[in-house]
Write a protein that binds this ligand. Sequence first.
Ligand SMILES: [Zn+2]
Length: 112
Amino acid sequence: MPYCPNCNAAVDDGALLCSACGADFGPESAWHPGSSVDRASHSLTYVVGKSMLYLGYGLLTLAWLVSCVGSRKSGLAVLIGFSASLILIPVVVLGHVLVAYSHKTTGDPTAS
Ligand SMILES: [Zn+2]
């Protein structure tokens, strides 16, 4: 059963309009109903990607703070902050890739 990318309501195969929210699935529209399989993989990829982004940016900010504040006292804080940044940057990049991939697979123009 396909799902509406706007409101997640089940829609009929080949439907041109969502009966729940009125979203347009016509040939001119960017919205197309996704299958339930696409939807499951979309939400998992999207949630994992977004989690990595928030976690990555949050910890990256913390790492920079630690290295800036701690640098007055010892070089160890700078080393820890720098090492953490090296680990976190790939996490953030992968998060962006996962979120972009989840958008591409569903073609939902409203997701952010
Ligand atoms: Zn809808």
